[in-house]
Design a protein. Structure first.
Length: 163
């Protein structure tokens, strides 16, 4: 029993360390800005090993990028390439800049290519923008728009650790 507990502990630490992300600067503040999404891109991303860490890292990295309105990651464990759907304002950011942003995350862990891009009906989304400590007096109330949290399937997680 002690051996199984030991292996579960080691496997849990390995998963956490494999999907870790460098801590953000603690002096940054977060404010809201409206972005009008005019395009949607589907990107193929390789290098993702877990949904909780890697997919969340991509979402956080892109949602913190100016001009990106919405990010959705479709992650399946056995796929080499997972899809990332990004709604953005083409006047502020290009698809190439979005691809470079993904590839810079987690010390270059991910590679991304454009699969599809199309114009969409413009819609306004509120996004969070990081500002320096100097503008902390302008801090606005944070709102969560179109966001949700999904708990991982614990049975699948434990099966992956045991087998």
């Amino acid at each position: 029993m002690k051996v199984v507990s030991f292996f579960i502990l080691i496997a849990g630490l390995a998963v956490l360390l494999a999907c870790s992300e460098n801590a953000a600067n603690s002096q940054d503040t977060t404010t809201q800005e409206e972005v009008v999404a005019s395009h949607q891109a589907v990107l193929g991303v390789e290098g993702m090993v877990c949904e909780m860490g890697c997919a969340a890292s991509i979402k956080k990295g892109l949602n913190g990028t100016q001009g990106v309105a919405n990010v959705k990651v479709e992650f399946e464990e056995d796929r080499d390439q997972n899809n990332v759907f990004v709604e953005f304002d083409e006047k502020i950011i290009s698809i190439d800049e979005i691809v470079k942003t993904i590839q810079a995350l987690n010390d270059g862990q991910f590679s991304a290519i454009q699969i599809e891009s199309k114009s969409i009906q413009p819609k306004v989304s509120k996004i969070q923008i990081k500002e320096s400590e100097n503008s902390a007096s302008q801090k606005k109330q944070q709102e969560v728009n179109e966001g949700y949290f999904q708990f991982p399937n614990l049975v699948d997680l434990l099966k992956g650790l045991v087998y």
